[in-house]
Design a protein around this ligand. Structure first.
Ligand code: NOJ
Length: 495
């Protein structure tokens, strides 16, 4: 069973049913609803059963003060031991698929494929079997930020050799799980882990903005393309699966109607999203022209002998172009963009290269994350932009969700879901955007990276202080379950 398979019949159902405002908002029967998590954020068991150390293990242990509440993912929601309860929750929700990630260092403790950790393979097989027993389709992310520390010691994503190691790791995954898993995501949010991890102070904390983030992005794009081509050559005939990538796209709205802000907003979209989407999904391939132009020019002005943005060879452009069967889109919020008129600073910076200043309207409803304001109309605009820019690719929303404080009565989460799903419905039925599935982030509360356990995204609340990490359904779980089971937005649910 596959998520993508249904897209073959997608043309048959898109536009069949257009809901009027006073009608019930229903998605097609073939449309799929799922929930998402990621290994480091939920599994725990950081050093048991042969697992190697990841960059997040090393970082949170060495710099606990850099995490808001000084916590780490050593135990997290303990899904390594509680995966059966996780699947039980998915059954309660009635979702059709589960997006989760496999931990590279759990499978290859030293990052390389000469040593495979059998316990890691057993763990993911147990989870996959449990999902299968309940008819829940797996959607597997190969890399959700937990790089083996051994590879970071070689420079991590800034070292070109890592693309080969990623291909080796992917081959182990296809060989071990390719008979059960047929929808794969190579990477989750390369923008985030390159910009924040190599350009900023998330793990590994390189803090080299405008430099290491571009090296990281370059090797991630090469690695993605190489895995896609390897799958086509070695596995596609027998496994008949699909390989995509999850990219994050906050909508960038011009702050004013002025031409320069409109232009600045478009440049920012190309820097944030086009950086990864253009090489893979555009007809021309390669980096967006505006990114190439601006970074080449500013690098020169800063006296670099060559551009800080690396260059693909013509073969690499061809190899990466078209290297996805579908787009995974993560969307949470919207920003306003103004042109930044500051002089070019001497030191490299992604933000200077981009040339826009971001803000959010103070009256947009807040969440429990400073960056996440509730702006449902931005979702529809982002989807329409993708449709126009990349010829309406098959899209799965691989993340959408909101953080709130702890507590079970999360009617604000219900409101968020209702607003964003109406926007999605309009994008599909009125605008004909090719979206075939929706994933709520997250199934349950988990370790929110540098924010620790302070920002809760779960449909299920996790009591991190309890010995068995008790999971309890929130109000929103009931709402989402109705939606997943009926494919229609519940009419009134604490909204
Ligand atoms: C992006 C990431 O993929 C995920 O790991 C994170 O927890 C959520 N969005 C919320 O910030």
């Amino acid at each position: 069973m596959t998520i993508i398979l249904y897209t073959l019949c997608f043309a048959a159902f898109v536009g069949v049913r257009v809901a009027a405002d006073n009608e019930r908002i229903c998605f097609s029967n073939k449309f799929k609803f799922g929930v998402a998590t990621a290994a480091y954020q939920i599994e725990g068991a950081w050093n048991v059963s042969g697992k190697g150390e990841s960059i997040w293990d090393r970082y949170t242990h060495n710099y606990p003060e850099r995490v808001f509440d000084h916590h780490n993912g050593d135990t997290a929601a303990d899904s390594y031991h509680l995966y059966k309860r996780d699947v039980e929750m998915m059954v309660e929700l009635g979702v059709q698929f589960y997006r989760f990630s496999m931990s590279w260092p759990r499978i290859l403790p030293n990052g390389l494929s000469n040593e495979i950790n059998e316990d890691g393979i057993i763990y993911y097989n147990l989870l996959l079997n449990e999902l299968k027993a309940h008819n829940i389709i797996p959607l597997v992310t190969m890399y959700h930020w937990d790089l083996p520390q051994t590879l970071q010691d070689l420079g991590g994503w800034t070292n070109p050799i890592i693309a080969d190691y990623f291909v080796d790791y992917a081959r182990v995954l296809f060989e071990s799980f390719g008979d059960t898993v047929d929808t794969w995501l190579t990477f989750n949010e390369p923008y985030s882990f390159c910009y924040e991890g190599y350009g900023g102070d998330a793990a590994p904390g390189a803090n080299a903005s405008g430099f290491e983030d571009y090296l990281c992005g370059h090797n991630v794009l090469r690695a993605h393309g190489m895995v896609y081509r390897m799958y086509q050559q070695e596995f596609a005939d027998t496994q008949k699966g699909h390989v995509g990538i999850s990219l994050d796209f906050a909508w960038q709205e011009p702050a004013t109607t002025s031409e320069e802000d409109q232009h600045a907003a478009e440049v920012v979209r190309q820097f944030f999203f086009g950086w990864f989407a253009h090489p893979i999904f555009s007809q021309a391939g390669d980096y967006p022209a505006v990114m190439r132009k601006r970074i080449d020019y500013i690098s020169k002005r800063q006296h670099f002998p060559r551009s800080r943005l690396p260059t693909f060879s013509p073969e690499e452009v061809r190899m990466i172009r078209g290297s996805a069967d579908f787009l995974g889109l993560n969307h949470y919020t919207t920003y306003l963009v103004k042109r930044n008129r500051n002089k070019i600073a001497p030191q490299p910076s992604f933000m200077t290269d981009m040339g826009g200043t971001l803000s959010q309207k103070p009256d947009w409803p807040k969440s429990n994350s400073t960056w996440l304001k509730v702006v449902p109309w931005g979702f529809r605009k982002a989807l329409n932009w993708v449709k126009a820019e990349y010829n309406n690719p098959i899209t799965i929303i691989t993340e959408n969700g909101v953080s709130l404080e702890a507590g079970l009565q999360d009617s604000r989460r219900v409101n968020y879901l209702d607003g964003y799903l109406r926007a999605l419905h309009n994008a599909i039925f009125k605008d004909k955007c090719n979206v075939v599935g929706y994933t709520y982030w997250s199934l349950m509360d988990n370790f929110e990276w540098l924010r620790g356990f302070s920002e809760r995204f779960g449909l299920y609340e996790v009591n991190f202080c309890s010995a068995n990490k008790t999971r309890t359904a929130r109000l929103s779980a009931g709402f989402y379950s109705k939606l997943a089971k009926t494919k229609c937005l519940p009419v009134s649910w604490g909204v």
